[in-house]
Ligand binder design. Sequence first.
Ligand code: PMP
Length: 300
Amino acid sequence: MALVPFDDRDGFIWWDGKLIPWREAKLHVLSHGLHYASAVFEGQRAYNGTIFKLNAHTDRLIASGRMLGFEIPFNREEINGACAEVMAANKLTDAYIRPLAWRGSEQLGVAAQQTKIHLMIACWTWPDYFGADRMKGIRLNISDWRRPHPLSAPVASKAAGLYMIGTLSKHKAEAEGYEEALMYTWDGFVAEGTSANIFFVQDGKLHTPITDCFLNGITRQTVIALAKARGIGVIERHIRPEEMASFSEAFLTGTAAEITPVRQIGTALNFTPGKLTEALLNDYTALVRMPPEEVEKRAA
Ligand code: PMP
């Protein structure tokens, strides 16, 4: 598969209030965000020209920055407008949108209170995170790395630094022939994938880990609302790894992953993507293409 490097593409990137040609969006190597991971980001998807749950994403971006001790110098409306602007400039209607805020290069040390906060927004096409035949399901290995204790990191923030754990986990999974990794919490409960939350089915009900040390995904919240609208019970709780053997279906949820069925976890656990997963996948696929007012009404 030929890689198209991310720094060598046509198009435009929105950077601190202006659109600039894609290849010119370069950063100095002495940027605080690069050395100390003082960066937060979002991942959003647009369907038919509308970014799904944009307010929720923008609010989380701003909140993530605050959790890292900085204020993004643009408000919700300005950020939302910039997302629309960069999509239009790149002539995209179905796209993945990536805003990123980071500390600049005015100071380079652990303490960097005087750094300027920057914001850039890029977008590109990203059709299907886990490929076209999604109902087949993907295979997850179990990561050696765990999600950190909430006293060890700002776990509710979409902070770049936290993705070190995800990259290590996913690289090992891929090296072992799996598509994704399942991480446990610091205290050994089932947590999430490297960029998606996880759900299980047992006796017609959904079971999903409580998000006490990782991201409570916007897709996760959407799927819970969709399930409730169908009258499907949703149980949020601590899930012990050995309980996974009693679940019939499993799936991941995330902006990029959308709803992705899981067919295997580790070497011994098999799941058959079934009716409940398929029903929610169809509901989600329909919802993301509805006008924002309708989305608010159906999946608050
Ligand atoms: N967990 C992690 C670690 C993630 O990166 C993501 C993707 N943002 C999610 C969960 C799912 O979040 P969302 O549904 O808001 O995309």
